[in-house]
Design a protein around this ligand. Structure first.
Ligand SMILES: *[C@@H]1O[C@H](CO)[C@@H](O)[C@H](O)[C@H]1NC(C)=O
Ligand SMILES: *[C@@H]1O[C@H](CO)[C@@H](O)[C@H](O)[C@H]1NC(C)=O
Length: 290
């Protein structure tokens, strides 16, 4: 069950990009598509406005600690993962379920990229220019990403963080933190079933080898130092190097956000909560606690 669930999470992040491409000038639509509370509070407000002759209304308060996120999720959504995923689909409409079992190195990347051209064939709407695959511990700043992609070729393109950094470019591939290819590359993958199972190894390295072997993705764009692994001074034994440094203003993506404190610090650094309006319904102190 857990396996199927995490297989679903990969595309969640990617669909965020689809929204970005559809609404390049309106990132607020993306925000509302991804913000559960926002969506829920809207539907509550709509229901309240719609009916005046109800028997009674109750404010239902379940007391719960801030760090019990999973329990809140369970209370909201039920017990079984299939049911949870179905409810998430109903709530957010941004999940693509791949027909494969969760695996680290065996064909998940193939299944994902080859599914896209079937879902959105040439000539059908919407038409996408790029397809991305993103780790669930990566925070992309969508405005910065849009600015950099806008000027990139729409064909034979491969964008991300070149890994391992500072070696012979012939051996580099885009790090699994997040990479984006032009749509023709996804179409080529879908039309090349022989790629599946051809090479064994770490999936993002394998992806790079597919492209290299076929002379694809020649327009390569590495975003060092604007894509990097998270670092803060409290991380024991972690140092600045070519793929890891402290947060910088001009960031495209931060990776290795492995716990909620790292997410909180990152989102705060990038002023992601600026849109929070004052309300008598809450008082939120946004200083991340250690
Ligand atoms: C999912 O994959 C399995 C095994 O490859 C196949 O038997 C099944 O028909 C597929 N289901 C769908 C809905 O495509
Ligand atoms: C966040 O907002 C503050 C105050 O407006 C500003 O000084 C800072 O540059 C912003 N940070 C980023 C990363 O844009």
């Amino acid at each position: 069950m857990a396996a199927n669930f995490s297989a679903c999470l990969v595309p969640v992040a990617v669909l965020a990009l689809f929204y970005l491409v559809i609404f390049p000038n309106d990132l607020s639509q993306l925000k509302s598509a991804l913000a559960p509370c926002d969506a829920a509070s809207k539907s509550v407000a709509a229901a309240a406005a719609a009916d005046d002759d109800v028997d009674f209304r109750m404010f239902f308060g379940i007391l719960n600690r801030p760090d019990f996120y999973k329990r809140r999720a369970l209370l909201r959504m039920g017990r079984r993962y299939a049911v949870l995923v179905a409810l998430e689909i109903i709530t957010h409409g941004d999940i693509l379920v791949l027909n494969c079992t969760e695996n680290m190195n065996d064909g998940k990347t193939y299944d994902y990229f080859s599914a896209l051209p079937r879902l959105f064939p040439a000539g059908a709407e919407p038409r996408y220019d790029f397809a991305g695959k993103i780790d669930d511990d990566t925070y992309y700043r969508l405005g910065a990403l849009a600015d950099t992609l806008r000027r990139k070729p729409r064909r034979d393109m491969y964008h991300g963080f070149l890994n391992p950094c500072h070696i012979d470019p012939a051996w580099q591939y885009m790090s699994g933190m997040g990479y984006i290819v032009s749509w023709d590359v996804a179409e080529w993958i879908a039309a090349s079933p022989e790629l599946r199972g051809r090479e064994i190894g770490y999936e993002d390295d394998v992806f790079g080898r597919w492209l290299r072997g076929a002379g694809k993705g020649k327009n390569r764009f590495g975003e060092e130092p604007r894509m990097y692994d998270y670092l803060d001074r409290e991380m024991y034994g972690a140092d600045v190097n070519c793929f890891r440094h402290e947060l910088i203003a001009d960031t495209v993506a931060v990776h290795k956000l492995k716990d909620r404190l790292k997410w909180a610090r990152t989102l705060r650094f990038f002023n992601a909560t600026d849109g929070l309006k004052p309300s008598k319904m809450y008082h939120v102190d946004l200083t991340p606690r250690i």
